[in-house]
Design a binder for this molecule. Structure first.
Ligand code: ADE
Ligand code: ZN
Length: 332
C-alpha cells in the first residue's frame, strides 16, 4: 500500500541534517551564472548529476560562488524555511560551510547576518525556526579550524547553535586529532557539536567523532553498522545519527534502499532521524524520506512516531520549541 503522504506531512518532526549549500534551484543557478558571465559546468538538465561525494563537493564551490549578495543568501535561507513548512517540520538545524562561499571569504559576520535576515523574515511569516550550524571542511588545517571557532565565540550570534564539520573524509584521511582542539573550544564556549562521519569514512570515523571531537550528534554515521560494538556504544550513550537515505543512494554510499542500514540501526536501539542532506541538489524531500523508509521497511505508525520523536529530541532547538513539537506529536 502506498504511504499516506498527507499523514506523513502532518507528522510533527524536525530536520537536523540539511545544508544550505544543497538548496539551489537549477534555473536560479543558470540565471546567476549567465548574469555573471560564468560558464555552467554542464547543461541545466544534467546540472545535478553527480558521480560521488568528491565531485559533489566541487560543484558546491561553483554554485555557492554565485551567491554573491546579501539578498541571494537571505532568499536561499527563506526558501529553505518554506520547504521545511511544506514538509510539516517545525524546526531545523541548518549547516553552512563558509569555505564553499567564495564571495564571502573574510566576511563571516556579514554572511551570518544575511542568512539570519532570511530566517528572521521566515519566522515573521509564520515559518519554522532554524538554528545555524557553522561547518569546518575536513580538508582544512588545525589553525583554520581554531580560527573559525574563535571567530564564532567572539561573535556569539544567537542564530548559531553549533560547530559542525563536513566534507570528504576519504580525501582527508584520519583527521579526528587535527580538529580535537577546535571542537574542545567550541564545547567549552557552549556551542553544540555535530560531526559528519561514517559516510565517506568507516566506523573508525564515527569512533573518532565521539572520542576525539565530543560529538553531540553524528551526521550520517551509517557506516557504524560495520562495527557492532560501536553500534552498541551509540545506543548506550544515545548519540543520535542524522541519517539521509536518498543522499546515501545518490552519492553511492549504498547501492539500494534495501541495503541501507537505517532500519537495522534503529532496531539495534540507536537514535536515528531522517533528513534530506542537500534537498534540491540530491532530489530529496523530508516527507519523501519518511515515505521511502516506511514503504521499504514496513514502518508502522508507532515507528514513524518514534523516529519523529528522535528528530525533535536530537535537534538543537531550545526547550520551548522541543516541548511544543513533542506535544504536537503526542496529538498526531
Ligand atoms: N556537504 C554537503 N553535503 C555533504 C555531504 N553529504 N557530506 C559531506 N559534506 C557535505
Ligand atoms: Zn551532510
Amino acid at each position: 500500500m502506498p504511504p499516506d503522504l498527507d499523514r506523513l506531512r502532518a507528522l510533527p518532526k524536525a530536520e537536523v541534517h540539511a545544508h544550505l549549500e544543497g538548496c539551489f534551484e537549477p534555473a536560479v543557478l543558470e540565471a546567476w551564472a549567465t548574469q555573471a558571465g560564468i560558464a555552467m559546468p554542464r547543461p541545466r538538465e544534467r546540472l545535478f548529476q553527480f558521480e560521488g561525494l568528491a565531485g559533489f563537493l566541487h560543484f558546491l564551490d561553483w554554485a555557492c560562488g554565485l551567491a554573491s549578495t546579501r539578498e541571494r543568501l537571505a532568499e536561499l535561507s527563506y526558501g529553505y524555511a518554506k520547504r521545511l513548512a511544506d514538509n510539516g517540520a517545525g524546526y531545523a538545524d541548518v549547516i553552512f560551510n563558509p569555505t564553499h562561499w567564495k564571495a564571502w571569504h573574510g566576511r563571516l559576520p556579514a554572511m551570518i547576518d544575511a542568512m539570519d535576515a532570511g530566517f528572521t523574515a521566515a519566522e515573521q511569516d509564520g515559518l519554522p525556526p532554524v538554528g545555524l550550524c557553522v561547518s569546518l571542511l575536513r580538508t582544512q588545517t588545525a589553525d583554520e579550524a581554531t580560527e573559525l571557532v574563535d571567530a564564532l565565540v567572539a561573535l556569539r550570534h544567537p542564530r548559531v547553535v553549533a560547530l559542525s564539520i563536513d566534507g570528504n573524509e576519504a580525501a582527508a584521511g584520519r583527521t579526528g586529532p587535527r580538529f580535537a582542539e577546535a571542537f574542545r573550544r567550541a564545547g567549552a564556549a557552549g556551542l553544540r557539536r555535530a560531526v559528519h562521519a561514517g559516510e565517506s569514512s568507516g566506523p573508525e570515523g564515527v569512533r573518532d567523532a565521539i572520542e576525539l571531537l565530543g560529538a553531540d550528534r553524528i551526521d550520517h554515521g551509517v557506516r557504524a553498522i560495520d562495527d557492532l560494538a560501536l553500534v552498541e556504544l551509540l545506543a548506550e550513550r544515545r548519540i543520535p545519527l542524522g541519517v539521509c537515505p536518498t543522499s546515501n543512494l545518490v552519492l553511492g554510499v549504498y547501492p539500494s534502499i534495501e541495503a541501507h542500514p537505517v532500519d537495522r540501526l534503529r532496531r539495534a536501539g540507536v537514535v536515528v532521524s531522517l533528513n534530506t542532506d542537500d534537498p534540491v541538489l540530491l532530489g530529496a524531500s523530508l516527507v519523501g524520506e519518511y515515505a521511502l523508509c516506511s514503504t521499504t521497511f514496513g514502518w508502522s505508525e508507532e515507528v514513524l512516531r518514534d523516529v519523529a520523536c528522535d528528530s525533535i529530541t536530537a535537534s538543537f532547538a531550545n526547550a520551548d520549541v522541543k516541548e511544543r513539537l513533542l506535544a504536537d506529536l503526542a496529538r498526531w
